[in-house]
Design a protein around this ligand. Structure first.
Ligand code: UDP
Ligand code: MG
Length: 309
């Protein structure tokens, strides 16, 4: 069994593959460990797979899997973890935003006995102000609801040992949020700080809309508390309306009949209409996820693969 898999999901990244191999190669050679690359081509439509095949011919350390279409980074990562058979796995982005220089630090912590070593971003300077703002709020909301809060400013860049990998291999969910799942696995965890550089080549594969939906997946996968909130809110409004009814009855008894006020009525109807739609929406988020889980469709489909020992 080899020591280390460098697991790289990639989608339309033809210009980054050689940059990545050149940057990681010397670091991996210097480790004194046996290692392999596992590239998971997430349904690229450019020359990504062709380049992978060419590089794999020259270099036996290069393994690849190609998915039948774009299933998303989370599915590609899960596929790679299920297929790897080494003592440790380090998932990395191909764009060198996960600095290869950190690998020796991860390995050192692993040798000290940690099961998972997180790469924690020291700052978010390479993100746009909007992305910074949104990610801060994402962690706030997620960790407010989640049973197990996720450490802020971490991504998928980390080292997993066999215990963590074994836990992840058992997962068969179709709505995936890998960061949450790694965290769910538990085990002894250390962290190493780093500064995230800008992309080496190409552009981001994430639009704000994709990120927003991803954030919702993260939150709704982490907890059912958003469902329960409506119970409390319902109890609160029921209690308040009881008090209000008592107040009206007393007022009529003391001062006699009042002029009807429809402004306040209209506001109340609109408010509770909105509240009900929102709570139905939240229910829908869960029902939708139940629907996609009960179908039990495979999370990804492999088109072809080349896996060496
Ligand atoms: N990626 C993928 N499938 C996708 C989108 C992205 O495998 O549907 C890969 C991408 O090729 C890269 C990594 O996931 O290796 C991170 O993507 P990106 O750099 O676009 O994300 P960002 O760093 O902007 O968050
Ligand atoms: Mg990137």
């Amino acid at each position: 069994m080899k020591d280390l898999t460098i697991l790289v999901p990639l989608f339309n990244e033809e210009e980054s593959i050689d940059l990545f191999l050149n940057a990681t190669g010397p670091v991996l050679e210097g480790l004194n460990l046996s290692y392999k690359y596992l590239f998971v081509d997430d349904g690229s439509t450019d020359g990504t797979l062709k380049i992978l095949k060419a590089r794999a011919k020259d270099n036996p350390a290069i393994n690849y899997i190609s998915l039948s279409r774009n299933f998303g980074k989370e599915a590609a990562l899960l596929c790679g973890i299920k297929k790897s058979d080494t003592k440790a796995i380090i998932p990395m982005d191909i764009d060198l935003q996960d600095p290869p220089d950190l690998i020796p630090a991860f390995v050192e912590k692993w040798k000290e006995g940690y099961n998972m070593v997180l790469g924690v971003r020291k700052n978010r300077d390479s993100d746009s102000p909007a992305k910074k703002f949104l990610s801060t709020w994402f962690y706030k909301v997620h960790n407010f609801f989640a049973r197990r809060p996720i450490p802020e400013n971490t991504g998928d860049f980390r080292l997993l040992d066999q215990n963590v990998a074994q836990a992840i291999k058992q997962i068969n969910e179709s709505t995936l949020f890998m960061k949450g799942l790694f965290n769910w696995a538990g085990f002894k965890t250390a962290s190493v700080g780093y500064v995230r550089p800008n992309r080496a080549a190409g552009g981001t594969k994430w639009s704000y809309w994709k990120l927003w939906n991803f954030a919702l997946d993260g939150i709704f996968n982490a907890s059912t508390i958003p469902l329960r909130l409506w119970t409390y809110f319902g109890a609160l409004t029921a209690g308040l309306s009881f008090l209000y009814a008592a107040f009206i009855i007393l007022k009529v008894l003391i001062f006699g009949k009042d002029i009807p006020g429809y402004a306040s009525l209209a506001v109340l109807i609109l408010f509770f209409g909105g509240v009900q739609l929102m709570s139905i929406g939240i229910l829908g988020e869960y029902v939708g996820r139940i629907f996609s889980e009960v179908k039990h469709r495979p999370t990804y489909i492999i088109k072809e693969e080349k896996l060496n020992d």
